[in-house]
Design a protein around this ligand. Sequence first.
Ligand SMILES: *Cc1c(COP(=O)(O)O)cnc(C)c1O
Length: 417
Amino acid sequence: MIFTTDPAFAKHADDNDELKEFRKKFIIPQRQGKEQIYFLGNSLGLQPITTNAAIKEVLDQWSYYGVEGFFEGEKPWLHFHDQLTGPLSKIAGAKPAEIVVMNHLTVNLHLLMASFYRPLGKRNKIICEAKAFPSDQYMLETHVKHYGFDPAATIIEVHPREGENIIRHEDILQKIDEHKEELTLVLWGGVNYYTGQLFDIKNITKAAHDVGAIAGFDLAHAAGNVELQLHEWNVDFACWCSYKYLNSGPGAVAGAFIHERYIADKNVPRLAGWWGYEKAARFKMEKGFKPSPTAEGWQLSTPPMILLAAHKASLEIFDAAGMDRLIKKGNTLSDYLIFLLTKINQDNIQILTPGHKGCQVSLLFTKGGRQIFEELSRQGIFADWREPGVIRVAPVPLYNTFEEVYRFAEVIKKLSA
Ligand SMILES: *Cc1c(COP(=O)(O)O)cnc(C)c1O
């Protein structure tokens, strides 16, 4: 698509957008009867209009059947999970049996670390990105301490080079090679939450495997945003949350991927609970844990049906829109935003996000950032502010428009002049 700075371009792009009807499937926040511009789908995605009814269905089932709701009714809760793994497998690029919906992101990271962080002798080191999301840092730090290791000596971070903001792929590979004798795990992000940098999951996985290490990913900012082919890329495990691009509500139930080569292997160590037991025999309540031969074998507890219902309402929209079309529009929206900002050509704005993959664009303001952010809020534009001067915005393909991107760039232009 060839962009221009003419506002007619935005209108034309919206009119011709194959996905334009999808905006009507969401509740757009309003102030004084006016729809706001919501660019925070990377933080908490908006509510599908069908979520309310989906939750009510569970409440009604509970009202009528009580505990029998697990076995009775149109959608017995016992099998509810099966309705989620299909749509999610397309988002993750996985087989349905490799997907499990459970818990929350940080919990799942801990659980999969219990399975896949297997220090042996001097092979105990972990490579991760510098300035990973705090929860990931704390998860790694405490997990390593749990084994009695010193986090400072065990967790190796890869930094951007001096004077640069993003991490070079070759530096990741170099660090993996440098520590090849002692490395057991590479735990990396899909898209960095701060800079919006998309990492090369396929080749990081390959590099880890080449030195005999496991490759796990935190896909919080990648799931529902960028192309994922977790099965084909041979990723060992991955986790994500569902409240960001996946629009499943605050504190939504999270997801995890475990590669097919492990799912039926009863010898993979894990922390177990009754819900991970072989499904057909779960209620026999027998001694001795026999895991379900799919990723469901990592489940611990009775699933949160209300959260699963909200998740399903959103996944149905993803299924109807299709990841290919969503990725294409998401990339185009963020490219358009970068194009407009580049035309403004102000030396107080630095675009941190490299390339044009995914929805998020992070802007570093060398001066006046805070005032610009406050003015954006006054103008009804939801963006987010991170010290020292970063404004993050994510125009998402399901409910944002080219015109909204244009209006955002106009505000920046006026205020930067
Ligand atoms: C959003 C996010 C989290 C949040 O974890 P929760 O357990 O869902 O609160 C963790 N890691 C990354 C990389 C994130 O972007």
